[in-house]
Ligand binder design. Structure first.
Ligand code: ADP
Ligand code: MG
Length: 317
């Protein structure tokens, strides 16, 4: 398929869902019209084959993940996702690959009022760069720097599934039901509704590099510390069913790619936050004034954790 055939396909396929999209695909740039009193949250993530997803990932899952990880970043700011641009580099434009890729991208957006308003198409090694733009009332964004001593720390969904999914990826043809669940969590991460937490959470981050690393970013940005009960970390029945406790803790604390939200909030707002979400919200610890992350077990004993402190693309620099 030629480049312009793909762009035509995108245009017919991606009907606008928003009145504040003035001009979508087809001109030199898109036009959007944010309302007075709004701020825009803008985020970009690149996914490179073999680095951010296994090279043999199906096209649907690549399209899904490229969109979902960006919408997850908007969620972590408490923004309502509104617009997306999609830059695709591929060695060739295979028609059925492109259709499946777009099916996946659309599936990640679901029925939400999100428009793909533009992008770029080039020949190269397979990589996808998505920019997502979200809307917020002025001054209402959830930032990493807002955590306060006395806040509870809570996470959405379950932790560690995607990390185990990656461990199982190469043998996925033989995977059992529990392993398949974890593999699907890696391939098609759910993004959460962070906008619902806007007036409730003090700080938020999405867990893309592992809980210890990402919560660490919140603590550092906020100038605080925390105590986290590793026995309270939410686990899916699937993960609990296919690994031992040591592996489970490693996946929950150090594993990336879950794209759950980690928030801090006043204990009195917990119930409202739970009610505002369409997924479980689990308290895992509390924010303390003393710097550093203290991992403990349910009895309050220190939990030794020697895992890596998150992913660094340039560890030698
Ligand atoms: P230009 O040469 O001005 O950059 P292009 O030919 O790259 O224009 O793109 C033409 C139109 O198609 C633009 O509106 C651009 O945003 C859109 N477009 C190109 N590639 C993609 C893509 N992969 N996804 C979404 N929109 C795209
Ligand atoms: Mg272009």
């Amino acid at each position: 398929m030629r480049e312009f055939a793909l762009i035509d396909r995108l245009k017919t396929r991606l009907a606008s869902r928003r009145t504040d999209t003035r001009l979508g695909i087809g001109d030199d740039a898109a036009l959007i019209a944010p309302a007075a009193g709004e701020e825009l949250a803008i985020t970009t993530d690149t996914l490179i084959a073999g680095r951010h997803f296994p090279s043999d990932t199906p096209a649907f899952d690549i399209g899904y993940k490229a969109i979902a990880v960006n919408l997850s970043d908007l969620a972590a700011m408490g923004a309502d996702p509104a617009w997306v641009t999609l830059a695709l580099a591929a060695p060739e434009l295979d028609e059925s690959w492109c259709d499946a890729f777009l099916d996946g991208a659309c599936a990640a957006m679901g029925d939400d009022p999100i428009d793909i308003i533009g992008g770029d198409t080039t020949r190269g090694d397979l990589s996808i760069t998505v920019t997502a733009i979200g809307r917020l009332p002025v001054g209402s964004a959830l930032r990493r720097s807002g955590a306060q001593p006395g806040d509870v720390i809570a996470v959405t969904g379950t932790l560690g599934d995607a990390a185990h999914g990656l461990d199982c990826w190469d043998e996925r043809a033989q995977a059992n039901a529990d392993e398949t669940f974890c593999i699907e969590r890696l391939a098609r991460p759910r993004w959460r509704n962070g906008a619902a937490l806007r007036a409730l959470a003090h700080a938020a981050i999405d867990i893309s590099d592992g809980l210890v690393a990402d919560l660490g970013h919140v603590l550092a940005a906020s100038g605080v510390g925390a105590r986290v009960n590793v026995d309270a970390l939410p686990v899916s029945p699937a993960l609990a069913g296919c690994v031992d406790t040591a592996q489970m803790r490693a996946c929950q604390l150090g594993g990336g790619d879950d794209y759950e939200l980690c928030i801090t909030l006043a204990p009195g707002d917990l119930e409202r936050a739970q009610a505002a979400l369409d997924c479980p919200l689990t308290v895992i610890g509390e924010v303390e004034a003393e710097a550093g992350l203290r991992l403990v077990d349910a009895a309050g004993r220190p939990f030794a954790w020697a895992g890596a402190a998150g992913w660094d693309h340039f560890p030698d620099a």
